[in-house]
Design a protein around this ligand. Structure first.
Ligand code: ADP
Length: 495
């Protein structure tokens, strides 16, 4: 009987179930989008039960369409949109509020208070993060402060907190396992990444009761088994979990210190492996846990860009300039340049290296000659510029000059972007055959735990390149274009 690993990739806009075989190839994929809620300007929320429903739906679809029986699944790996925060009732399982999404800015007031309280250094030292609405800690506080009755229930030990990995493992295990992995814990603003435990001082600062917190486990081990009724009677080990960006780095086999990857999904996240050393950044990069595996925790430096593919989605759904995301490439190629137009897609502020949650999107350099083609091209190019902003500081902080950038995510189907990215960075850009590296990484983590794969060496040997993009732009041109971008960002921040 041939066996497989099932990976659940719970993303910001959709949930996917992907079945992988022993060669690390995709056997079947099922995907389902779910609803986004925007209750106020800059707020983004999900319904955690709708997320769970979408996950159950894609599991059922993937198994039935592929004719693979649940008993052929040796293990389940979970990867998730990180930081997104769910608080639910331990008894009933009902969320007390919508899941507050990582992009959401509703805790900027709390963040301002924390900054004024002088906590920046403490938080930075202990968590490797900055004070920004992005991370879970202030979202939990917001829910406890704003949902009627939530704080008293939390204090009585009746509420649980989890990021989406935790929520899904809890649901899949029938409410028996309340756990997370090191990579997800490291994004909560409450976890000490050096001592590897929830930090009492931070919990006090944020006023979050420790009884709400999940147990933190390695990224590759059996946490629990599925309850039979979700899996056609089968109790399958849930054996791996990692936040989406860390899972992608694992799926890209960036196992050596100095290797890096960039994932262009809704947002764009560049991570560089720094091995067993947590490198502190001077320039707004985050220090984060890459994964914990075989008793060893490894770290990464991360640059976070909030809006990448979301800008393409905006061109399609908001501006109605595109029928599909893939049309963006066609329009971008119809012109040879943006004719001086820059789009700064700071819809929810800017992340690395600016960390400005007040700035909003702007467009510069419009003329009577500006066309939709220029506008679309400038929007795609903005992804590459933001990536250059990140790479520039990453090279300084890590002391490592990146020679090759491994890329993945929904947006990298766009060859125009990758050509421009390579030109702008002056590095070789490599797209792997398996672009679903996030799901693959979670599958690998689960597969290692149940002995489906033997070692990271075996995984490394499965990585294969689909297409390489080599730089060909003159340095002068590169500098000129990038100078324009920097001016545009500065102007956007002044507005
Ligand atoms: P996430 O996991 O964050 O939900 P994905 O990795 O699935 O995101 O990527 C989805 C994003 O990719 C969407 O924002 C979509 O606009 C963008 N996208 C998909 N195809 C293309 C394309 N050909 N060119 C540019 N963007 C694309």
């Amino acid at each position: 009987m041939e066996t497989y690993i099932l990976s659940l990739d719970q993303g910001t806009t959709s949930s996917r179930a992907i079945i992988f075989n022993k060669k690390g190839e995709i056997v079947h994929t099922a995907q389902k989008e779910f609803k986004q809620y925007f209750p106020h300007s800059g707020w983004v929320e999900h319904n955690a039960n709708e997320i769970w429903g979408s996950v159950l739906a894609v599991i059922a679809t993937a198994l039935s369409e592929s004719n693979i029986r649940a008993e052929q699944i040796e293990g389940i790996g979970i990867t998730n949109q990180r930081e997104t925060t769910v608080v639910w009732d331990k008894e009933t399982g009902a969320p007390v509020y919508h899941a507050i999404v990582w992009q959401s800015r509703q805790t900027s007031g709390i963040c301002e208070e924390l900054k004024q309280g002088g906590y920046e250094q403490t938080i930075r030292k202990k968590t490797g993060l900055l004070i920004d609405p992005y991370f879970s800690g202030t979202k939990v506080k917001w829910i406890l402060d704003n949902v009627e009755g939530a704080r008293s229930k939390a204090e009585e030990g009746k509420l649980l907190f989890g990021t989406i990995d935790t929520w899904l493992i809890w649901k899949l295990s029938g409410g028996t396992a309340h756990v997370t992995d090191f990579s997800n814990a490291s994004r909560t603003l409450m976890f000490n990444i050096h001592e590897l435990k929830w930090d009492e001082e931070l919990l006090e600062i944020l006023n979050v009761p420790s009884s709400m917190l999940p147990e933190v486990r390695s990224s590759s081990e059996i946490y629990a088994h599925t309850v039979g009724y979700h899996f056609f009677g089968e109790e399958i080990p849930i054996a791996g979990a990692a936040g989406d960006q860390q899972a992608a780095m694992f799926g890209q086999a960036c196992f050596e210190k100095g290797m890096g990857k960039s994932t262009y999904g809704t947002g764009c996240f560049m991570l560089m492996n720094t091995g067993e050393k947590a490198v502190e950044s001077e320039h707004g990069l985050l220090t984060t846990i890459a994964w914990g595996i075989n008793g060893k925790v490894e770290y990464a430096l991360e640059g976070s860009i909030f809006i990448a593919g979301a800008a393409i989605q905006w061109l399609k759904d908001g501006m109605r300039m595109l029928n599909s995301a893939s049309d963006s490439e066609k329009y971008a190629r119809r012109v040879d340049s943006t004719d001086g137009v820059y789009v700064v897609p700071a819809f929810v502020g800017l992340g690395t290296p600016y960390w400005n949650s007040e700035v909003r999107g702007s467009v510069f350099g419009l003329t009577r000659g500006t066309s939709k083609e220029h506008f679309v091209r400038a929007t795609i190019e903005s992804l590459a510029y933001q990536t250059k902003d990140v790479l520039s500081v990453m090279e300084v902080d890590s002391g490592i000059e990146l020679k090759t950038l491994r890329v993945d995510g929904g947006v990298v189907k766009n060859n125009f972007l990758l050509e421009f990215q390579s030109d702008l960075l002056n590095v070789l850009v490599e797209r792997p055959v398996i672009n679903e590296t996030t799901a693959l990484g979670a599958a690998y983590l689960a597969g290692l735990a149940v002995g489906y794969w033997d070692s990271q060496k075996e995984i490394e040997s499965q990585w294969a390149v689909d297409q390489q993009f080599e730089p060909s732009m003159a340095q002068e041109k590169r500098d000129e274009l990038y100078d324009g971008w920097k001016k545009a960002v500065q102007a956007a921040m002044v507005f």
